[in-house]
Ligand binder design. Structure first.
Ligand code: AMP
Ligand code: ZN
Length: 301
């Protein structure tokens, strides 16, 4: 005889639960709970303000699509505008016909302006070649170039904020990986909002800061949001040891990630921030604290 586990009830409406990540919820109550939590972060950290024009960067994966969907739902309530940007880095694994179709259709169905740019429009490079020639990890090169393009594109096209789909799992992995790097230049990324340091820089917001990857997965699934097959950069071996470590912690304590992040809110990292002097790169004019920015240095080589 098959023994059934006791069916859990939705903590909100007491119907049968269908999703059980932090608490058991039915599908409707899960979506309400998800939206409520994101909205709380948006308000608490003033991620959006009236008349903002926010560039939402969408890779086609579940996290950035959830981020774009939530911002799209709130744009009337809080009177701001959004546009969607997809960057084609020049690797078939990251951007292909399917990715483009998914992101473009997502934007079209919601009446959101869609922009596509390619690395080659900004850098005269072959990305594979660049990977071969640099000792930096591939992911770090790709990330640095993407941030450069996001900032420049946003500024040159009238956006005053950039939103990314970074979620709790990203933030915690990032924290562990960098903690032993004592420069603390990265510490601003442990908050839902990174204010600009100078005029040429665009403020960055992370509305899904507190949401778990699993929650984003269920959000897109329940809302029937089509996600591009390869939601993560398979190429770049992003599944390092921290994926395993976090999975194990999660199995022991499902509230750990959320509590960890809420702990981060309480910390004032400003004491660790080094005073940096900002200049314009002598080659491209973008912001740097050296004569030539890291991107130009890399691309020139
Ligand atoms: P990742 O560094 O791949 O974890 O991506 C972090 C965030 O950057 C995502 O949640 C997206 O918001 C954004 N992003 C990553 N790749 C792209 C891309 N190709 N085009 C636009 N935005 C991207
Ligand atoms: Zn990539």
């Amino acid at each position: 005889m098959v023994k059934f586990n006791k069916i859990k009830r939705c903590v909100s409406c007491k119907k049968d639960a269908q999703v059980d990540i932090l608490y058991p919820f039915c599908e409707d109550c899960f979506i309400k709970h998800y939206l409520r939590r994101v909205e709380k972060i948006i308000k608490k950290f003033k991620l959006v303000e009236e008349n903002d024009n926010i560039l939402v960067c969408v890779s086609g994966g579940k996290d950035s699509l959830s981020c774009a969907d939530v911002l799209n739902q709130y744009r009337n309530t809080y009177s701001f505008q959004i546009g969607i940007l997809h960057i084609d880095v020049g690797l078939y694994e990251c951007t292909n016909e399917r990715t483009l179709q998914v992101v473009e259709r997502f934007a079209q169905e919601r009446n959101i302006p869609f922009y596509l740019v390619r690395f080659t429009e900004y850098f005269n490079i072959d990305i594979e070649n660049l990977f071969k020639k640099s000792r930096r990890p591939r992911c770090s090169i790709c990330g640095m170039l993407k941030r450069y393009v996001m900032n420049r594109f946003a500024r040159e096209n009238g956006f005053n904020k950039i939103a990314t789909g970074h979620c709790a799992d990203d933030i915690i992995r990032f924290f562990f990986k960098n903690w032993t790097n004592y420069s603390f230049e990265w510490i601003d990324k442990l908050k839902p909002k990174t204010e600009r340091d100078c005029l040429k820089q665009i403020t960055r917001v992370r509305p899904l800061f507190e949401m778990l990857e699993k929650e984003n997965f269920w959000y897109t699934k329940i809302k029937n949001i089509v996600v591009a097959g390869c939601s993560q950069c398979s190429f770049f071996m992003r599944k390092d040891k921290w994926y395993d470590i976090l999975r194990i912690i999660d199995e022991k304590d499902r509230y750990f990630k959320l509590q960890f992040l809420r702990g981060l809110y309480q910390v004032d990292f400003s004491f660790k921030k080094e005073e940096r002097e900002f200049k314009e790169c002598k080659i491209c004019g973008e912001i740097t604290d050296k004569d030539i920015c890291a991107v130009c240095k890399l691309v020139k080589r």
